[in-house]
Design a protein around this ligand. Structure first.
Ligand code: HEM
Length: 150
């Protein structure tokens, strides 16, 4: 999986997978900002939508900056942007995970969402904190110049 062409199925898959959360998140942000209700009603965040707003903004930044990292041509032509995007990804991932876990723990539970979803959210949130932290500049992954040709 090192040639530029071989990366395209992965990048396309990431784009497809991120399209729904990016679109639904944008519509929810419009609603929270006082715009029309374009999404199914969700009263869980009630009077305190801050964790949801942080979660959605962090998620949009995380998925879009994340996809850029998988584009070999972009990495080669814009190594500085590649490093900057890496530095943005770490805090964005932590914000997504922390706000997601905060909503899981402190928001009123969603109708028909069981214990399994609750546990999955806490599990994936913790995993995201660990994986985001392991991408810190200290690991060298962000600071060292991209030497890979593929
Ligand atoms: C990159 C990964 C993620 C993306 C792109 C993402 C995206 C989103 C979006 C767009 C929403 C808003 C849905 C709506 O307004 O109806 C949302 C809600 C939510 N997310 Fe995430 N999320 C991600 C990761 C996580 C993780 C790891 C957790 C668990 C810790 C989590 C927990 C939640 C919770 C609890 C809600 C509120 C759901 C509700 O009230 O119905 N998310 N997420």
């Amino acid at each position: 999986m090192s040639g530029p062409r071989r990366k395209w199925p992965l990048v396309t898959l990431l784009l497809v997978l991120s399209a729904i959360p990016v679109m639904s998140g944008t519509l929810r942000l419009i609603e929270v900002a006082g715009g029309p209700a374009l999404m199914p009603a969700n009263h869980r965040y009630g009077d305190f939508p801050l964790p949801l707003v942080l979660h959605i903004v962090g998620a949009i930044v995380f998925v879009l900056a994340g996809i850029l990292q998988f584009l070999p041509r972009f990495r080669r032509r814009h190594p500085l942007w590649h490093r900057r995007a890496g530095r943005v990804l770490v805090p964005a991932g932590l914000v997504v995970a922390a706000s997601g876990m905060a909503m899981t723990l402190f928001f009123e539970s969603q109708p028909n969402s069981g214990t399994l979803l609750y546990l999955f959210r806490l599990g994936f949130g913790s995993l995201m904190v660990i994986t985001s932290s392991s991408g810190s500049p200290r690991s060298g992954a962000v600071t060292s110049p991209p030497t890979e040709r593929g």
